[in-house]
Ligand binder design. Structure first.
Ligand code: HEC
Ligand SMILES: [Cu+2]
Length: 346
């Protein structure tokens, strides 16, 4: 090739184009994965937006660094390689270069630190006084949500109003779990014997829930420990709190009444609370007072519908491996009564 000027130019331009295409392909792959249900790229709270902004700056800087290093590596490898009539070029020590490539990373780290520290300080401030208070309790393998000021308890489906701060106290009944709603807030550990706190202000109400997940390995069914966050206009939220704080709707049909009797006879009452049914005051499992209004069961592993409720009662471990509700070997007759009863708990 004679190391001609045009040969060198071709190597440099070719390397830059190849590296640009590679960088672009990686960027597009990331951008394409952004629009998934547990994305952190599309924030829906003030705090998640701060995290996303810091993340984007780091992501773009990382792209620039990736492009520069890959391009230079490729160019140098091709230009200064050993071949007939040319020995590989070796350098030993170059103070100017070393100062420059130490300073550049320092500047990059400083640029990343500014939005990072500002997001940390914003999110670790005390929540506003009018924040909605929620206590979230991790259990193997489901989430309990209590609203102490509203006198209500629910499971696996957290409802919050849009535009108002939500202050969450995190606890655990057994092992360490982690509360994570990628588009809204998290990940903060839920520890036994220690309270953690986080707060967030949802900015986007929408009909479909935000998906959430325990983010700390907590045992066999960790991957099935999910929950949903419903962000609703204030009026809808108020209506939800009113109906959810109320006692269960008393069974009206004969079959549902028989179901309530079965619920006591099968020992369900020892583990589950149903407000309005004095016998049912257990706290081992989820509060079922308004179970019929929830969209999923088993902490979000399946939709709540008569077939799935029946499957769950017949063999909980079949629906959710490791589930801590025992298989009670219920008869078909008991299932026939329990399903309509549970469905009617609106
Ligand atoms: C020994 C305690 C225990 C007994 C007895 C028990 N359960 Fe459960 N139940 C649980 C636990 C724990 C869960 C949560 C399992 C999970 O999601 O991992 C659960 C979950 C459920 C759920 C799903 C709730 C939701 O929102 O996801 C329903 C419905 C349910 N139980 C109904 C019943 C009925 C009906 C009986 C009686 C036939 C019964 N349970 C007996 C402990 C118990
Ligand atoms: Cu977990």
């Amino acid at each position: 090739m004679g190391s001609s000027r045009s040969g060198r130019a071709a190597i440099i331009i070719g390397s830059l184009v190849a590296t640009a295409i590679l960088t672009w392909a990686i960027f597009v792959a990331f951008a394409d994965s952004a629009n998934t249900p547990q994305t952190t790229f599309i924030p829906a709270s003030v705090q998640a937006a701060l995290v996303r902004d810091a993340y984007m700056i780091i992501f773009i800087l990382a792209g620039v660094v990736f492009f520069a290093i890959m391009a230079v590596t490729l160019i140098f490898t091709l230009l200064y390689r050993e071949r007939p009539g040319q020995t590989a070029l070796q350098f030993h020590g170059n103070s100017k270069l070393e100062v420059v490539w130490t300073l550049i990373p320092v500047i990059i780290v400083v640029i990343m630190a500014v939005p990072t520290f500002s997001a940390i300080s914003e999110t670790s401030k005390a929540p506003p006084a009018d924040a909605l208070k929620v206590v979230a309790i991790g259990h193997q393998w489901w989430f309990e949500f209590q609203y102490p000021e509203l006198g209500l308890t629910t499971a696996n489906e957290l409802h919050v109003p849009v535009g108002r701060a939500v202050s969450v106290t995190l606890e655990s009944k057994d092992v360490i779990h982690s509360f994570w709603v990628p588009q809204l807030s998290g990940k903060v550990d839920m520890m036994p014997g220690h309270r953690n706190h986080l707060w967030f202000t949802p900015t986007q109400a929408r009909p479909e829930p935000y998906l959430a997940q325990c983010a700390e390995f907590c045992g066999i069914s960790h991957a099935n420990m999910r929950f949903r966050v419903f962000v609703r206009p204030a009026a809808d939220f108020d209506a939800w709190t009113k109906s959810t704080a109320a006692d269960r709707t008393a069974p009206t049909t004969d079959i549902a009444k028989a179901g309530e009797a079965q619920f006591a006879a099968s020992g369900c009452v020892g583990c589950h609370t149903v407000k309005g049914n004095a016998a049912a005051a257990g706290t081992v499992g989820p509060n079922l007072t308004h179970f019929g209004s929830r969209t999923t069961l088993g902490s979000g592993v399946v939709d709540s519908n008569p077939q799935n409720i029946r499957k769950w009662l017949a063999n909980p471990q079949n629906v959710k491996p490791g589930a801590l509700m025992p298989n009670l070997n219920l008869s078909q007759d008991a299932l026939d009564k329990l399903v309509p009863y549970l469905e009617g708990l609106k």
